[in-house]
Design a protein around this ligand. Structure first.
Ligand SMILES: NC(=O)c1ccc[n+]([C@@H]2O[C@H](COP(=O)([O-])OP(=O)(O)OC[C@H]3O[C@@H](n4cnc5c(N)ncnc54)[C@H](O)[C@@H]3O)[C@@H](O)[C@H]2O)c1
Length: 253
């Protein structure tokens, strides 16, 4: 799918966590095509640097950081430095995440804690770094990647679905707090998207998921990123506390 940049994010300073591959990379590219300068943060630093190089090739400023979004020191340092180098952060895309499939009966506390730390705690850690600057400037966009599983749940996914549902609660609550500063807070809830993450899970799980999907196929990264550009842009100014469901009809709400 071809995206045509119309400069809808011209001059905006954006951060994408988990931007080293998959959905995050697609969003970072879409931001850059619309004229934004972008900081790509990923615990896979080489991937982040590679994506930043791709963005630079599009004519914008792009910087890369290797950091762990679940680690307070690591992510605070990276975001503070990103903010310093970009001059400010207008758009924070909380996208980094992990997925594992484990029945609750077999789940260790460590597995549960890691899932909540990477997929939910991270959203709090990242947001609180960039929020003061957004409040000062009276403009900001906080966007987080939840999942259709936040609505629907899924077998062997209690930890993942709980974390992603937590992201929606965070989004709706913060939206109330910061609306007065012209800052919007929204979430996206993609259905199954063809990325490395979608390789997690058994062939049976995938077969069942395909049967459940009205559109009968997994989505593509290019079917997620345009909505994020809309939310991040000035055109998205009246969305807040919302969740956007590009999910192939998996959950119809
Ligand atoms: N692919 C799907 O079907 C799907 C569906 C719904 C939601 N999501 C969500 O979309 C987001 C992106 O997923 P994806 O499919 O692109 O997966 P992916 O595994 O391809 O990419 C995730 C990226 O996040 C990075 N990351 C993971 N843990 C990190 C950490 N602790 N610190 C910093 N970076 C970290 C990884 O290195 C990777 O580059 C995730 O939040 C995921 O839960 C994915």
């Amino acid at each position: 799918m071809k995206e045509i940049g119309m400069g809808r994010l011209q001059g905006k300073k954006c951060v994408v966590t988990g931007g080293g591959r998959g959905i995050g990379r697609g969003i970072a590219l879409a931001f850059a095509r619309e004229g934004a300068d972008v900081a790509v943060i990923d615990r896979m630093g080489d991937n982040a640097r590679q994506v930043a190089a791709e963005l630079t090739g599009l004519g914008v400023t792009a910087i890369a950081f290797s950091a762990d979004v679940s680690d307070e020191t690591s992510i605070t340092q990276a975001l503070t430095e990103a903010e310093r180098q970009l001059g400010r952060v207008d758009v924070l895309m909380n996208n980094a995440g992990i997925n594992t499939h484990v029945s609750l009966i077999d789940m260790t506390v460590a597995t549960w804690d890691e899932m909540i730390a990477v997929n939910l705690r991270s959203v709090f850690l990242c947001t609180r770094v960039v929020l003061p600057g957004m409040i000062e400037r009276r403009w900001g966009r906080i966007i987080s990647t939840s999942s259709q599983l936040a609505h629907k749940g899924g077998r062997q996914l209690t930890h993942y679905a709980a974390a992603k549902a937590g992201v929606l609660g965070f989004t709706r609550s913060l939206a109330y707090e910061v609306a007065q500063y012209n800052i919007t807070v929204n979430a996206i809830c993609p259905g199954p998207i063809n990325t490395d993450m979608s390789l997690v899970g058994s062939p049976e799980w995938k077969a069942q998921k395909l049967l459940e999907l009205p559109l009968g196929r997994y989505g593509e990264v290019a079917e997620v990123a345009p909505t994020v550009v809309l939310i991040a842009s000035d055109e998205g100014s009246y969305y807040t506390g919302a969740s956007f469901n590009m999910n192939g009809g998996d959950v119809m709400i």
